[in-house]
Design a protein around this ligand. Structure first.
Ligand SMILES: Cc1ncc(C[n+]2csc(CCOP(=O)(O)OP(=O)(O)O)c2C)c(N)n1
Ligand SMILES: [Mg+2]
Length: 575
């Protein structure tokens, strides 16, 4: 038995050692975390498992976003550790993030000893109570005999079906207790249930009769990219990729229409508004995608394919519900594919596609485009949250899945940089590029130290510095009479180049279209991880934009002429 071998090689087996042995048995060799009193036995046991790589973040939020970045780039489960109380509560944002984006994640927390639980002991927090709504499942392990089995089950739950975060809370005495049982092997991945053949046949019939079909693929389609691409080409159906689905269909294919929703492309939003059949795969119709729901796809019969039955019909009526794995359903629909000549629909789509305004003058969009144009197909692009994120999603051209790492559902500022570190560790051979805003970068910038500590050399950080909480400023400009309220950062922003220097991370700066190419070259060619600050004008907006509460076909396609500058902005431009 594996447990017996481990006993002789590593001294007496304890709950804490059994935890590491179980992780190792599951092929897990990298974890992200931060120690503390209630998880000290686990950290002590770590010294007996040199094959485990523990990445010490500088904040538990950094650790969990790095674990998410690892998972989003590789498709493998991300693992993070924290101590009780404040350590555990610092994981909450990351758990909520992983829950909304269906990220397979295992979070392990220490807790106070069993006899102290419920007494308001030092650093005690009811973390299973706190995280119940933001985890797929969570556990308190009360008996050491259960510990390895619970870890194995938690990994299975996190990975299987629709993935998600699972938290296991382990009281300190359970970590220390002697363990004499076996170390479990991984659970076999459960077979996906076959989709209902009648539903597949009904979907096929709808596609056959469609005059204006469109396919829309989301985060649940990334591992079915090959099958879905073959399906779209075989039926000759144009494809829209949501923010979470970017890369599930190659951007270079003429059938690609871009991203839908609030900052989606003209082609994607108009196509949805005109379509007669919408084949939606692995997506949950987030309100940022649908706009006003009763104006969403008003002419379309909707085929909704999803693994999670709870998503089907939740927001948008599904005329043909198909519960199943995206790849399996795509293969089923590939049978009997009938490409049809639809010259009018194709011609209309080309007209809309031509209404893609690329940024021509120096600004946030110009800077983002200059960076994403330099990406190689294998490079991973992460982003933080805000205008720069929407610009990156609009302007990057992904050819394959799992190259785009962002916080889609929760919209977590501070996500991008630590996620890029996790992605860089998952794939040391590729460049892990992150685009962040001057606001969000300051939420997790302490992870610059993590880059240094592990000599991580493939992270390229780009900060689009518009001196504002730009996305909120844009809403205030458009919908609050340009009354700028608590969004100006300019005077108090750090010197980002000096800041990087303080962490001994090489840094470069561009302030104009003229010096941007040279700065990008120097930054990209630097053999180390490096930071590039792109200083841009303060007030560019992101367009197209569907105002909150409007329907997709009510989108504002291009930036409206500016109203006279408000007082704070005058101050800003003098700064
Ligand atoms: C943790 C968190 N707090 C607040 C917000 C609300 N929010 C969304 S975008 C944004 C502004 C982001 O500013 P910055 O990072 O500079 O990016 P920019 O929009 O300027 O590109 C804010 C405050 C958020 N998404 N996440
Ligand atoms: Mg900003």
């Amino acid at each position: 038995m594996v447990g017996t071998e481990a006993n002789t090689a590593r001294g007496d087996m304890t709950g804490a050692k059994a935890l590491w042995a179980t992780l190792a048995n599951h092929g897990i060799h990298t974890v992200f975390g931060y120690p503390g009193g209630a998880i000290m036995p686990v950290y002590d046991a770590l010294t007996f498992y040199p094959e485990m790589r523990h990445i010490l973040a500088r904040h538990e939020q950094g650790a969990i976003h790095a674990a998410e970045g690892w998972a989003k780039a590789s498709g493998e489960i991300g693992v993070c550790l924290a101590t009780s109380g404040p350590g555990a509560t610092n994981l909450v944002t990351g758990l909520a993030d992983a829950m909304l984006d269906s990220v397979p994640l295992l979070a392990i927390t220490g807790n106070v000893a069993s006899h102290l639980m419920g007494t308001d002991a030092f650093q005690e927090a009811d973390i299973t109570g706190i995280t119940m709504p933001v985890t797929k499942h969570n556990y308190v392990v009360r008996d050491v005999a259960d510990l390895p089995g619970v870890i194995a089950e938690a990994i299975r739950i996190a990975r299987s079906g629709r993935p998600g975060p699972v938290l296991v809370d382990i009281p300190k005495d359970v970590q220390l207790a002697a363990y004499s049982g076996p170390i479990p092997a991984p659970h076999a991945r459960p077979e996906m249930p076959a989709p209902n053949p009648d539903a597949v046949a009904a979907a096929r019939d709808l596609l056959r009769g469609a005059q204006k079909p469109v396919m829309m693929v989301g985060g649940g389609s990334v591992d079915a990219a090959a099958e879905l691409t073959a399906l779209a080409r075989a039926w000759d159906i144009p494809v829209i990729t949501t923010l979470m689905g970017l890369g599930s269909f190659p951007a270079s294919d003429p059938l690609w229409l871009g991203m839908p929703g609030m900052h989606g492309s003209v082609a994607a939003n108009r196509a949805i508004s005109e379509a007669d059949v919408l084949l939606a795969v692995g997506l949950r119709f987030d309100d940022r995608v649908t706009g006003r729901v009763n104006g969403f796809a008003p002419h379309a019969k909707v085929i909704h394919v999803d693994l999670d039955a709870a998503e089907i019909g939740k927001i948008v009526r599904a005329h043909v519900p198909v519960r199943g794995d995206a790849a399996v359903v795509a293969r089923a629909l590939l049978d009997g594919a009938q490409p049809q000549a639809r010259p009018e629909w194709k011609a209309q789509l080309e007209v809309w596609k031509a209404r893609t305004a690329l940024p021509e003058t120096y600004g946030a969009g110009y800077g983002v485009k200059a960076v994403v144009d330099r990406l190689r197909p294998d490079d991973i692009l992460s982003s933080d949250v805000g205008q720069h994120q929407m610009l990156a999603a609009q302007l990057a051209r992904f050819e394959r899945p799992r190259r785009w790492v962002n916080s889609g559902g929760l919209g977590t500022m501070g996500f991008g940089f630590p996620a890029a570190i996790g992605a860089a560790l998952a794939e040391p051979g590729v460049r892990s590029v992150v685009i962040a805003g001057d606001g969000g970068f300051q939420m997790t910038l302490q992870e610059l130290a993590t880059l240094k500590m592990y000599d991580i050399r493939n992270v390229k950080i780009c900060i689009i510095n518009n001196s504002f909480l730009g996305m909120v400023r844009q809403w205030q400009e458009l919908f609050h009479g340009k009354r700028y309220s608590e969004v100006w950062l300019g005077d108090s922003n750090p010197d980002f180049v000096k800041l990087a220097g303080a962490y001994r991370v090489p840094a470069y700066r561009a302030t104009s279209a003229e010096d941007l190419p040279g700065a990008i070259d120097a930054w990209m060619n630097d053999p180390d991880s490096a930071l590039l600050e792109v200083v841009v004008p303060h007030e560019h907006g992101v367009f197209p934009m569907v105002p909150a509460g409007a329907a997709l076909n009510e989108m504002i396609e291009t930036e409206p002429p500016r109203a006279p500058a408000a007082r704070v902005t005058e101050e800003a431009s003098q700064a």
